[in-house]
Design a protein around this ligand. Sequence first.
Ligand code: 5RP
Length: 236
Amino acid sequence: MPAELSPIDMAKFVAARRAVDFVEDGMKLGLGTGSTAAWMVRCLAERIRAEGLRVTGVPTSTRTAELARDLGVPVASLEQAGWLDLTIDGADEFDAELNLIKGGGAALLQEKIVASASDRMVVIADAAKEVARLGAFPLPVEVIPFGWQTTQALIEEMLAGMDVDARAVTLRKSGDAPLLTDEKNHILDLHLKRIGNPRQLAMMLNQIPGVVENGLFIDICDAVVVGHADGRVTVR
Ligand code: 5RP
């Protein structure tokens, strides 16, 4: 165990370490993105070093690909790997039905494609990510740059009729410029405070021209490994 972890890093680390226990020799793995997923890549690299575990990892972002390569985790594209056994990824929020908000790290598109191409998706999260209702975390929506202002207006119009507690939509920036995802798209963050019907919202968002994908993961996650600051792990 790394020395001197902050309480939040301890929670992320123990969740990641437990999830990596699910990995078996020969597996093809989706490798998530974010600080919790980075712990998972480190724990996986440790098992590869210590046990000679053979796996193929499909990263969900350039950041994760770089980390995996640096640590000696074999990587392949999804095209090369085909169907995956297991994806392990973080989340920004999860509810009792294991629905998620993801995309805080702007990688939701590849994350959703990779998770959907896997037999199982296991989420790793610190306990603060568990919510009674999704929506306190702004919902990321990936949109193509062409006409993104119009896409934003169409989203705002659609939100007027939805069961949410707030309706602000903001363009995510990197410095002064619009943020570009790995797929060269933009992210609109939907500040909703509470999402009454995540399933309906996810479907309606993806019908709007210009929307590539939204950060609601419905019926995709199979289990959440929850890490606590005192080192305990619980599984949902
Ligand atoms: C990236 C994600 C991340 O998994 C999510 O933002 C959680 O990140 P962290 O583990 O750093 O809290 O969805 O797009």
